[in-house]
Design a binder for this molecule. Structure first.
Ligand code: FES
Length: 577
């Protein structure tokens, strides 16, 4: 194990000099009441905080940061907390995803511009995890993730209800006339009843699990509820450990290896994790320079059973998952069945297998045994065909088995606005065999690739008791959502991909087993439609959204901005004055 001497820490370039610059750097830091000996060459640990009252899932992060600081002080480091852009999934418009790459730039530049030797990333709500990890990966420094933890289980009328998943369910019940508005409003107060992020296996829980599977967090990070004192203990221990990691020069590139990504893909399958993980892991891999493709998701994950019985694929919630054993129990199951790269290193200096090989499973209903999985082949499937030449994804564990092979006539919506206008129209020509197609909701189209792919069904179908039809779009879907929903169609409609050329009544064939997504229209006709297609103008004439529009890549490579891909390192910038 390599070690760094104190003089080698990059913070010494700021605080280690006996000259005008060193005076300036130290003197202004002393405004905050730090004694002079904190500049004695000890490692400076950044605590990258996404606290914001506009991001309620991360609203408890000031407390969490304090626990990290205790650990850093205790281990002989110098903790400095700094804020970065916080992306609140439930609040931001048009979609928090539009700003994931912007936030990652904030993280990367904040780290590089400051005297930071190692960083603890405080992540919670959906996009805060990928944006912080992407930004730090482009610096490649010792980094450790502490997630905020999920909310306690929602409780409504004597039963557990899950963030998002039950909201989708309730809103469909209201449309179907089986739930009153008074009950709907009462449920609102019962769903979110503690600090923390969504407690279903939505995107936040999935991404917290992904960083644990990647080895970027201490074991058990993903599932400890935000309100559980063991979350504070984990933050304290993370503060201690990051100081050691700096001394060992244990950088992200030693953790984020190809093996680590393979483990994360399989853990995602076993969890029934969010389709959003596909895009985020591809983007993170791009930053650290690990080759990873959409097809890796299918090849490594699709045959893997889904073991974890959590909403939206199953029944339980994150609090139950923690008590059952959490991610370590899942990793152990994968390892015992030959589906784990056991030597992948983690932030505590041990391999993932050393961390998890004895992890218990305390509840075989929440974490199903291998012989009795929730879904036999539950990993994300990658579909291709003339409708998605560069790929599309579907999450079988959250889909209806009877629709996994299906052909039907398209009901086409050119935009989400058109969908909203027409979906409740009783004269809409849609039946249970229809395929709902939504266009122009991809990375450029929305812009920002909103989570609108799980379009609600026409009320006239819901009233007949039909709860699922095939839906296809270039959008994403909330990790809390469910249904037979084909997402991330590439290339997207807004750049003239085949999806742009689907017309009302066209026949579409979906065959998940064969990984096929086919538009049954003659090639000559598709070429005619393509020749007549015209791109819409950029959504904004200037500002970040213009930059985003001009540089965002397609979903099959992670929807990063083209100029952000790669690791730019952590060279000390020149002095400012
Ligand atoms: Fe923040 Fe779901 S809205 S995690």
């Amino acid at each position: 194990m390599s070690t760094q001497s104190k003089a080698a820490y990059r913070s010494a370039a700021w605080f280690g000099k006996i000259d005008r610059h060193g005076f300036g750097h130290r003197s202004w830091m002393r405004i905050q009441g730090f004694p002079g000996d904190v500049f004695d060459g000890r490692p400076v640990i950044g605590i990258c905080n996404t606290w914001s009252e506009l991001n309620p899932c991360n609203a408890h992060f000031r407390d969490l940061a304090d626990h990290v600081k205790r650990g850093v002080w205790q281990a002989g480091g110098f903790p400095v907390e700094f804020p970065v852009t916080s992306l609140g999934e439930a609040i931001m418009r048009p979609t928090a995803m539009l700003f994931r790459n912007l936030a990652s730039m904030d993280v990367e530049e904040s780290i590089r511009a400051n005297p930071i030797d190692g960083v603890v990333l405080l992540c919670g709500c959906d996009k805060t995890t990928p944006s912080l990890v992407m930004g730090a990966a482009s610096c490649d420094l010792p980094a450790l993730v502490v997630s905020g933890g999920p909310m306690l289980n929602g409780k409504y009328q004597g039963r557990d209800i899950g963030s998002g998943t039950d909201l989708w369910r309730f809103s469909e019940q209201v449309k179907a006339g089986t739930m009153g508005l008074n009950q709907f409003m009462e449920a609102e107060a019962c769903m979110s009843r503690s600090p923390g992020h969504c407690m279903t296996m939505g995107t936040a829980s999935t991404m917290a699990s992904m960083v644990e599977a990647l080895g970027l967090s201490l074991p058990e990070n993903a599932a400890i509820p935000a309100a559980d004192s063991r979350r504070s203990v984990l933050a304290h221990l993370a503060g201690r450990r990051i100081v050691e990691m700096v001394a060992e020069d244990l950088r992200m590139s030693r953790i984020l290896t190809r093996e680590a990504f393979e483990n994360a893909i399989r853990v995602n399958a076993a969890l029934g994790g969010s389709t959003n993980a596909v895009i985020h892991l591809l983007a993170i891999a791009g930053r650290i320079g690990v080759p990873l493709s959409l097809d890796d998701w299918d090849r490594l994950g699709h045959d893997c059973p889904t073991l974890v019985n959590l909403m939206p694929s199953g029944q339980y919630l994150m609090e139950d998952f923690y008590y059952a054993g959490g991610v370590p129990a899942v990793v152990r199951a994968l390892g015992e069945h030959g589906l784990l790269r056991q030597d992948a290193l983690t932030v505590n200096g041990k391999t993932i297998w050393e961390n998890c090989r004895e992890a218990p499973n305390w509840n075989a209903e929440v974490i199903r045994p291998w012989e009795r999985p929730l879904v036999e082949r539950g990993g994300i499937a990658v579909l291709r065909g003339n409708l998605a030449p560069d790929g599309a994804v579907i999450k079988p564990s959250a889909a209806s088995p009877h629709l996994m092979r299906h052909a039907g006539r398209a009901v086409v919506f050119e935009s989400i606005e058109e969908y909203k206008q027409r979906i409740e129209d009783p004269s809409l020509d849609a039946g249970e065999d229809s395929v709902l197609v939504l266009k122009n909701c991809g990375p450029k189209g929305y812009p920002g690739m909103a989570e609108v792919g799980n379009m609600g069904l026409p009320p006239k179908l819901l009233k007949r008791g039909i709860t699922d039809v095939v839906r296809i779009s270039d959008a994403r879907m909330s990790g809390t959502a469910y249904g037979t929903v084909v997402l991330h169609v590439c290339p997207e409609a807004a750049i003239g991909g085949p999806l742009a050329h689907v017309r009302e009544g066209d026949r579409i064939e979906l065959d998940v087993e064969q990984r096929r997504l086919h538009l049954d229209v003659p090639e000559e006709e598709l070429q005619r439609r393509s020749a007549a297609w015209r791109a819409a103008p950029p959504p904004m004439s200037g500002g970040y959204q213009r930059l985003y529009f001009e540089h965002v890549l397609q979903a099959d490579t992670g929807a990063d901005l083209d100029f952000l891909i790669g690791c730019r390192g952590l060279a000390v910038p020149r002095e400012s004055h």
